[in-house]
Design a binder for this molecule. Structure first.
Ligand code: AMP
Length: 257
């Protein structure tokens, strides 16, 4: 595996053949590894990007404390047969004078809860698509609204990349894996289980939103909403457990594709 710590190194490391890109912010867990495995199975060259993208964090978000361990991540990526791990410096992704943004019209869910978030996500992903030029890019259902936004961007800007969406990897007790789970104390982790459990209750109910809200066991949600992603309807929710913000979703109907 080559570790490319800049754009020039990345360009030198790209080779011919079907290329897969897995965009990440690092602190790899089984969810990230699932995406890498899917890319490895489908593509000749697998590029994983590791970039904690500052522009998708709000002023009061956790950018400064976001978990980082590049060395360990590199070991995990190598073990999955990744060809290139791209770890660009922020100054190369956002050079002085940077002034061009992909601003997607999105509402509800994360778009409303985190103003500017998807502008940062869409901008960095388009940059990564342009730099890596993947045939296929791999994303997790965990961030379903991100998938909806990126599909919009790809269609609207005629980008030549296919999106693959992989199911959410969970711990045995149902908690969706997230780099942010590292912030949770044992008690908070226990409280956090109310989120996937409530979504499960909601999934099978006549009124999924009301049923999930009622099953949150005292956890105060930022939102519980139905979200349309392609042909699928998802029940999505966000909640804070202590100072940690968690999101999760389940498919209520249809197929994410
Ligand atoms: P992140 O590093 O959190 O920005 O996530 C990078 C990619 O991994 C995104 O496409 C996420 O949707 C995906 N991902 C994060 N958590 C999970 C999970 N538990 N299961 C599957 N994919 C995930």
């Amino acid at each position: 595996m080559r570790v490319a710590r800049g754009i020039t190194e990345l360009r030198l490391a790209l080779s011919d053949g079907r290329r897969g890109l897995v965009p990440t912010m690092g602190a790899f867990h089984e969810g990230h590894l699932t995406l890498m495995r899917a890319a490895r199975a489908e593509c000749d060259q697998v590029v994983v990007s590791l970039f904690v993208n500052p522009t998708q964090f709000g002023a009061s978000d956790d950018l400064d404390r976001y978990p980082r361990d590049d060395e360990h991540d590199a070991q995990l990526a190598e073990a999955e047969g990744v060809d290139v791990l791209f770890i660009p410096p922020a100054e190369e992704m956002y050079p002085a004078g940077f002034a061009t943004w992909i601003d997607v019209n999105a509402s509800g869910g994360e778009a409303t809860a985190r103003p500017g978030h998807f502008r940062g996500v869409a901008t960095v992903c388009v940059k990564l698509f342009n730099l890596v030029r993947p045939d296929v890019a791999f994303f997790g259902q965990k961030d379903a609204q991100q998938v909806a936004v990126l599909r919009r961007v790809i269609d609207d800007l005629n980008l030549n990349v296919h999106l693959r969406v992989l199911p959410t990897a969970r711990d045995a007790d149902g908690l969706a894996l997230s780099s942010r789970n590292a912030y949770l104390s044992p008690e908070e982790r226990e409280q956090a289980l109310a989120l996937p459990r409530a979504l499960e209750v909601g999934r099978a109910a006549a009124d999924p939103v009301a049923a999930a809200r009622a099953a949150l066991n005292g956890l105060e949600p930022e939102y519980v909403e139905l979200l349309r992603v392609g042909d699928a309807t998802l029940l999505t929710a966000a909640a804070r457990v202590g100072s940690t913000r968690l999101i999760d979703n389940v498919v209520v109907e249809g197929d994410l594709g």
